[in-house]
Design a binder for this molecule. Structure first.
Ligand SMILES: [Zn+2]
Length: 274
C-alpha cells in the first residue's frame, strides 16, 4: 500500500503540472464519468495530501478526493512523450492539458466533494509528519492507549501517512520494542520517533523511495543539500521484509508477525526499549 510520502509526491507533481490552468477531466473507464464532468474545463487550483488522502481543488469549490487504497496508482507524465496516448488499463480518471497527462487507476476512493466534506476527512486524521510540525495530537492518543505502539503507528486517526514500512523501520531506528503499549511508551521516545519521521518522509517524497538505512539517509540528505539528483538502486531496509535474515546491526535473526493486519518485522535483540 502506498505510504504518505507517495501521496505527497503525487500532490507535488500534480500541482506542478496543472495548478493555475484549466484542465480536461475524463473517465476513460466510465465509472467516474459524472464526477469528471463536474470538474472538466475548470481551473485546477491546488493539489494537497494529508496522510494517504489526496485532495485536488478546482475552481468553484469542487474538490476531487482520492485514496489509492491497496492497489491504486496515479501517474503524471509530460504529454509530449505520450501524445494522444491510448488508454492503458482501467483509467478511472484522466486529467490532461496540452502539456501533461495524469492517469488514476484502481483507487479505493475517487469522488467530488465539498470543502465541508474535505474538512470532515481532515478532522478524522491524525497529524501528518509531512504537514504538521507538532505531533502532540498523536502523543495524546498514544500515551492513553493500551494498544501496542506497532499497532498505534498504523492507525491513521492517530498518525497520518505512516504505513507498514515506516512503522517497522522507525521503531528499529530507535530500538523500540514494537509490543510496548502506548501508555508505557516514554514521551522522549515518541518525540524521537516523530522527529525522525519528519526527517525521513521528505526523503521519500524527494526520491520516491522509502529511505531509512543511516548510510543512505546521509547520502540522500547530502545530495539534496547540494541540489544533486539521487540514484538509489536496490531497496534496502533494516528489518522490513528481512524475515529470517541477520539484523544489520547485531546479527540476530529478524522476526516477523502480523500486527494490525500487516506483517511487522523487528529485531528482538536490538529493540528492547520502551
Ligand atoms: Zn539487531
Amino acid at each position: 500500500m502506498p505510504e504518505g510520502h507517495t501521496l505527497h509526491r503525487i500532490a507535488r507533481d500534480l500541482h506542478g503540472a496543472f495548478a493555475g490552468t484549466p484542465v480536461e477531466v475524463s473517465s476513460p473507464q466510465g465509472r467516474f464519468g459524472a464526477g469528471a464532468a463536474l470538474l472538466s474545463e475548470h481551473v485546477l487550483l491546488e493539489a494537497r495530501a494529508h496522510g494517504k488522502h489526496l485532495f485536488i481543488e478546482f475552481a468553484g469549490e469542487r474538490i476531487l478526493h482520492v485514496h489509492l487504497g491497496l492497489i491504486g496508482t496515479f501517474t503524471i507524465d509530460a504529454a509530449e512523450y505520450v501524445g494522444e496516448r491510448p488508454v492503458i488499463g482501467q483509467v478511472r480518471c484522466r486529467i490532461t492539458t496540452g502539456r501533461h497527462v495524469a492517469d488514476l487507476r484502481g483507487p479505493m476512493t475517487c469522488a467530488v466533494i465539498t470543502p465541508e466534506e474535505e474538512a470532515a476527512v481532515h478532522a478524522k486524521l491524525g497529524p501528518d509528519p509531512l504537514r504538521d510540525e507538532d505531533g502532540g495530537a498523536a502523543w495524546e492518543r498514544i500515551h492513553r492507549s493500551r494498544k501496542s505502539v506497532a499497532a498505534l503507528l498504523m492507525e491513521q486517526d492517530v498518525l497520518a501517512g505512516v504505513g507498514n514500512v515506516y512503522r517497522c523501520e522507525v521503531l528499529f531506528r530507535h530500538r523500540i520494542n514494537p509490543a510496548t503499549p502506548g501508555e508505557r511508551l516514554k514521551r522522549t521516545s515518541w518525540e524521537l520517533v516523530w522527529a525522525d519521521l519528519r526527517r525521513l518522509l521528505p526523503l521519500g517524497v524527494a526520491t520516491s523511495r522509502i529511505v531509512t538505512v543511516s548510510e543512505e539517509v546521509a547520502e540522500v540528505e547530502s545530495a539534496l543539500a547540494k541540489g544533486e539528483g539521487v540514484h538509489l538502486t536496490e531497496r534496502t531496509s533494516y528489518v522490513y521484509k528481512r524475515t529470517g535474515r541477520e539484523c544489520r546491526r547485531c546479527g540476530s535473526i529478524v522476526r516477523a508477525k502480523d500486527v494490525a493486519g500487516r506483517t511487522l518485522y523487528w529485531c528482538g535483540n536490538c529493540q528492547r526499549r520502551s
